[in-house]
Every structure is written in structure tokens, then in C-alpha cells.
Design a protein around this ligand. Structure first.
Ligand SMILES: O=C(O)[C@H](O)[C@@H](O)[C@H](O)[C@H](O)COP(=O)(O)O
Length: 235
């Protein structure tokens, strides 16, 4: 776990870390799944600002969505809308390299459509050990221990075959689409971002392996790293 004295230092360090990963030599696009919520918004704004906007290899980056509310992309609660507003509208990522979750029709059909896209890009029917789908999966942490839209008590927590699922958590007004555990785990790097005193109790529970926290069950093909500020780490 990497602890930083302030939220500003935390976000700058994470931007630097992501930049270093994105600049690693590779013969394929750098694939990053983004997290919704409020915490990463300053990160996306920083990435879209000098000097980061000039340094990321945007042309060879592909962006994905870890979860979203099943609402139109122009809805105030849409993660896709937030990613576009804060990041994609300001940097030269090719449009074909941005893979947002569908926002119309039936939620289950949208999940199947997004999963088909992921499988097509992966180039295979099933996830293979040592062959990650993503380079980075950026995740947040809810005060109830959820991450992405893997909420406590939801059936999607038990999904081991599908890569994308749906859920309607009691605490949220919208049906959600979310990457499932198998899909989230198919990452070289899972990076959790948590900030502020409100996250201290749940972060302590997750770090202690509290199985009531869905975030505690997250693994990766490579490594799981926590980027937190001192307040969140004070639990
Ligand atoms: O789409 C989302 O909202 C995220 O995937 C969700 O898991 C978020 O990371 C947590 O709810 C923390 O949200 P905050 O950063 O707002 O505390």
C-alpha cells in the first residue's frame, strides 16, 4: 500500500505511476479500465492537463469501463459521461479506442454486448492464465466495501463465467453494469484508489481480509496496489 500525505500528492503520484506503465515498451495497445465515483475525477482531470496531456501515449491506449449506471451517457450519473467530460474530450485518444458500456436497450443485453466486445479484443473465448485482458484496472472503494459495482449480497459476486454482469444494489437508484471478478482479475495491474477519512474504516476491513467486503476478494494476474492518502490509511 502506497500512502501519501495529501490528496494532491496521491493523485499526482498515481498519474506518474500510470504514465510510467503506459510508456513501457509494448507491441500492443495499453488497455486501461477506468473507475467511476468522485475520487478518481481529479486524476482524470490531471491526466488531461499539462504536462500529462502531452506525455501519455494516447494514440496507443485503449480505455474501458469497470462499471456504469445503466443510464444514457449524457445522464448526470453516467460514468461514461464523466470520463468523456473530464478526459476523453481533452486528449487525442482515437474514438475507436474508447469502449464505453452500452446505454440503451435492456441491461442484460448491454452486458452481453460489452462482453462480446471484450472477448473479441481479447481474441479468445476464455481467459487464460498469464494472458491479461487489461494492463490496468483502476478501482475505487465504497464505504460498504464494494468496488466497481460489486456490492455486498449481490448475485453478480458469484459470477465466475460471464465477464460482465448486472445488479441493482439496494443503495443505488440505477441498475448497474459491472465487470465481474474473473474479468477484473484479468489485469496485469489492479490499482485501488482511496482517499479521505470516510474510507479509513472500510479500508482497514478490506486490508484485514473481511470477506463481507467485495473489494477484499479482488486479485490480479499481476499485482494489486493501493494508492491511498494518510486519512484513508488511518483506520
Ligand atoms: O462507478 C462507481 O461509482 C465506482 O465504480 C464505485 O465502485 C466507486 O469507486 C466507489 O463507489 C467509491 O466512490 P467514491 O470515489 O465516490 O467514494
Amino acid at each position: 500500500m502506497r500512502v501519501f500525505p495529501t490528496g494532491k500528492a496521491l493523485i499526482e503520484a498515481l498519474a506518474d505511476h500510470l504514465l510510467a506503465l503506459a510508456l513501457e515498451p509494448s507491441d500492443r495497445p495499453f488497455r486501461m479500465a477506468l473507475s467511476g465515483g468522485s475520487t478518481p475525477q481529479r486524476l482524470y482531470t490531471l491526466m488531461a492537463s499539462p504536462p500529462y496531456a502531452q506525455r501519455f501515449p494516447w494514440q496507443r491506449m485503449q480505455f474501458f469501463v469497470g462499471d456504469d449506471r445503466f443510464v444514457p451517457h449524457d445522464h448526470a450519473d453516467s460514468n461514461a459521461g464523466m470520463f468523456t467530460r473530464l478526459l476523453f474530450a481533452h486528449v487525442p485518444v482515437p474514438g475507436d479506442n474508447i469502449f464505453l458500456m452500452p446505454d440503451s436497450g435492456a441491461a442484460e443485453d448491454a452486458a452481453r454486448t460489452y462482453e462480446a466486445t471484450l472477448r473479441r479484443l481479447y481474441g479468445g473465448a476464455d481467459l487464460l492464465p498469464g494472458k491479461p485482458l487489461f494492463d490496468v484496472n483502476l478501482l475505487g472503494l465504497g464505504t460498504d466495501g464494494h468496488t466497481a459495482s460489486l456490492f455486498p449480497g449481490q448475485a453478480v459476486l458469484d459470477e465466475r463465467r460471464a465477464w460482465v454482469g448486472t445488479c441493482t444494489p439496494a443503495t443505488a437508484p440505477h441498475t448497474r453494469l459491472t465487470l465481474t471478478y474473473p474479468c477484473l482479475h484479468a489485469s496485469r495491474h489492479v490499482i485501488f484508489l482511496a482517499e479521505g477519512a470516510a474510507k479509513a474504516p472500510v479500508l482497514a476491513r478490506v486490508r484485514a481480509g473481511d470477506t463481507a467486503c467485495p473489494a477484499a476478494a479482488i486479485t490480479a494476474m499481476g499485482d494489486v496496489t493501493w494508492f491511498v492518502d494518510q486519512l484513508a490509511a488511518s483506520g
